[in-house]
Structure formats: structure tokens, C-alpha cells
Design a protein around this ligand. Structure first.
Ligand code: 1HN
Length: 349
């Protein structure tokens, strides 16, 4: 007895695939389980870049090329599982940028969103949309899509920051636009601190109407964010997976500060071990203060200030610290949440 209608043999099927191949057709049933996986199957690998050796290479790059000639003097943090793609995760780009005293990274704009997280040095500036801001270690600075931006360093020290951009997302949608400004530096039309005064005091200009998706605040000073964590710490109420974790917001609507990239600052108190956590947004972490270790998909990574590490999508992660630590992190959670596919999972202790 045979319930099945007669079908082709393996070789008949292969002959058929060959026949349709020239017409750019291919059978779904041969690839379906590879493209629709029961859970995320990422090529992204857990990895940690130690700051000290990376800074050494960056300073060497500083002797090889100027910021102006390079346009942006950056060493890309390329995920070992994605070499050759300029990606730290499948949706994000990250790099470490160096601006030496007296240098200018010329003004340009592009449809990609950028974040800067200040790592080392002090006193360099960035100008975004006509307002200049001084950058200090731990500050989180935004460049919204298509905003003119240039960087300069009028201080005596080299400045290094971590760049995070949504480059792979824009590539996915074939939506990349970029153009140079007509001069190295854009004109400054607003006083430093203007946007923080207008939008950063839990108030909004009375008739303000939202036009753009990115936050109108473009420098979230570490001093302020750290002070919040410091206050909260005294309450001793810890999230088992995160310790104390704050999300940077757009004060206009309470959403993420950037349209595609979510950013966070978190404090792990003394002698704390987090419960296992996983989420679909592969996340880039950097320690601002303190030392600790993270176990990512069973691999242990020890970190200290300014080290950078990446946790792939849907891999279990735990963090622990003896003396306490502060971590900054960013991911594509802003995009995934808007599109409706972000997920998280917590292992109950
Ligand atoms: C960019 O504009 C900056 O403005 C940094 O500092 C890194 C990587 C690719 C494309 C544009 C910046 C970038 C970038």
C-alpha cells in the first residue's frame, strides 16, 4: 500500500534544480530549515577587546594617517565570526576613534545614526546640527540621521571614543546616503548646553512638536547618569538579571534616544552575580568603572575599565563583580522593539 503519490527520485529532483537554476529559481524545501530556524542561530561570536592593546594600535594609526585624511580615524571592532563585513553584530558597526590634539574630523552627514561613548582623554568636542558639545569620559553623545557633524580636539590630550552605528541596518534596506559639508567645520549657531537646557530638565518647550525620531538631547553627560545610579544604589533594590539598569531615553516621547539603537547604563553592586539572561538583541558592553567577569554562552571574559565585549543574540549571559561596576551597553533593541520581534528570556534562580 502506498499513500503517497508518485514523486521524483533524488536524482530527478537534482536535475530539476539544475534546470531551473539558470532562470534564478531555487526550491524553498531544500533551504527552509536553514532560513527559518526554531531559534536564533547567530554567526556572531562572543568576544572581548582589551582597551590597552587596542589603544596602542590606535595611537600607531595616529602616526600613519591624520583624522582629516582618514575622514574618520577609526579601528573597526570586527566580530571574529563576521570578518570582512565591518560588523560587530549582524546589525551594528562599532569602532574606536582617535582625534589627536589640534585635529579636525571634517563635517559630513549620513543617513546612519551614530553614537559616541567617550572612553579616554578629555576636552575634545563634537558639533552636531550647529551645537558644539565638550566630550568627557562616560558621556553618551548622539548623531541623528542626516545631522551635520564634525569633531575637533582643542585639548592637549588625545581623545578616544567608541562609535556605534546602524550601518548594517541601512545596508540591509539599501538606504545609505552620505555627503560632505562645504567646509571642515560647520558653523556653530547655538550655545553649548542649549539642547540639554531645553530638553534635559524634565520639561519641554511649551509648543514643541516632535518632528524627528532621534532625541533632541545629543549629549547625555556621565555625571548626571552616574548620579542617578548612585542615588538608586542606596535603595538596594536589584534586578536579578541587571542589577540597576537605566535606559537612555528621548525625553519627547520616552522612547529610546536613537531610532534604531538602544543604549543603557547599569550598575552592578558589590559582590553581585546576575541571573542568566538572554535576548534577541546582540549587545555591545563596555565597562566604565570597576572589574568583573561575564560568562557568555559558557565562555568566561574578564573585564576592566574601557574593555569592550559583545554578547550575541539569544546566548545566555551572566555578569559578576566583587567591588562593583558600571557598564554602558548598546544594541539594536530600539529597532527590534519597533518592528515587533524583540524577545528576552530570564532564567529564574
Ligand atoms: C562616521 O561618520 C563617524 O562621524 C564615525 O565620527 C565612524 C563609520 C562609518 C561611516 C561614518 C563619525 C563612521 C562614520
Amino acid at each position: 500500500m502506498n499513500d503517497h503519490p508518485k514523486t521524483g527520485s533524488k536524482s530527478e529532483r537534482e536535475a530539476f534544480y539544475d534546470k531551473i537554476d539558470g532562470d534564478n529559481l531555487t526550491p524553498l524545501w531544500e533551504v527552509m530549515s536553514d532560513i527559518i530556524t526554531p531559534e536564533p542561530k547567530s554567526g556572531v561570536m562572543p568576544y572581548l577587546w582589551e582597551f590597552a592593546p587596542t589603544k596602542k594600535f590606535l595611537m600607531e594609526a595616529g602616526e600613519l594617517i591624520t583624522a582629516k585624511e582618514a575622514e574618520r580615524r577609526v579601528l573597526i571592532l570586527e566580530n571574529p565570526g563576521l570578518r570582512g563585513t565591518s560588523q560587530i553584530t549582524t546589525s551594528l558597526y562599532a569602532g574606536l576613534q582617535l582625534v589627536l590634539p589640534g585635529e579636525v574630523a571634517p563635517a559630513h552627514r549620513h543617513s546612519q545614526s551614530a553614537l559616541r561613548f567617550v572612553m579616554d582623554g578629555g576636552g575634545a568636542h563634537t558639533t552636531v546640527g550647529g551645537e558644539k558639545t565638550q566630550m568627557h569620559v562616560g558621556d553618551f553623545v548622539i548623531t541623528p540621521p542626516m545631522a551635520w557633524h564634525d569633531h575637533g580636539n582643542e585639548s592637549a590630550d588625545p581623545m578616544i571614543w567608541l562609535d556605534g552605528l546602524d550601518i548594517p541596518m541601512l545596508s540591509l534596506y539599501d538606504a545609505s546616503f552620505a555627503e560632505p559639508f562645504s567646509a571642515d567645520e560647520q558653523p556653530v549657531g547655538r550655545e553649548t548646553g542649549d539642547s540639554l537646557a531645553r530638553f534635559g530638565a524634565n520639561m519641554l518647550p511649551v509648543d514643541f512638536e516632535k518632528e524627528k525620531m532621534a532625541s533632541p538631547i545629543f549629549n547625555y553627560p556621565y555625571e548626571r547618569s552616574r548620579a542617578s545610579l548612585d542615588r538608586m544604589e542606596r535603595q538596594e533594590e536589584w534586578d536579578p538579571c541587571h542589577g540597576l539598569k537605566l535606559r537612555y531615553i528621548n525625553p519627547v516621547d520616552g522612547g529610546f534616544a536613537m531610532p534604531t539603537i538602544a543604549t543603557f547604563l547599569q550598575l552592578l553592586p558589590k559582590d553581585f552575580s546576575t541571573a542568566p539572561y538572554r535576548s534577541t538583541d546582540a549587545t555591545i558592553f563596555t565597562a566604565v568603572e570597576g572589574h568583573g567577569q561575564s560568562i557568555i554562552d559558557g565562555q568566561t571574559f574578564n573585564w576592566g575599565p574601557k574593555d569592550i565585549f559583545v554578547v550575541p543574540s539569544w546566548k545566555w549571559v551572566t555578569h559578576e563583580t566583587e567591588k562593583g561596576a558600571v557598564l554602558f551597553s548598546f544594541s539594536d533593541r530600539a529597532a527590534q522593539s519597533k518592528l515587533g520581534f524583540w524577545r528576552e528570556d530570564r532564567q529564574k534562580n
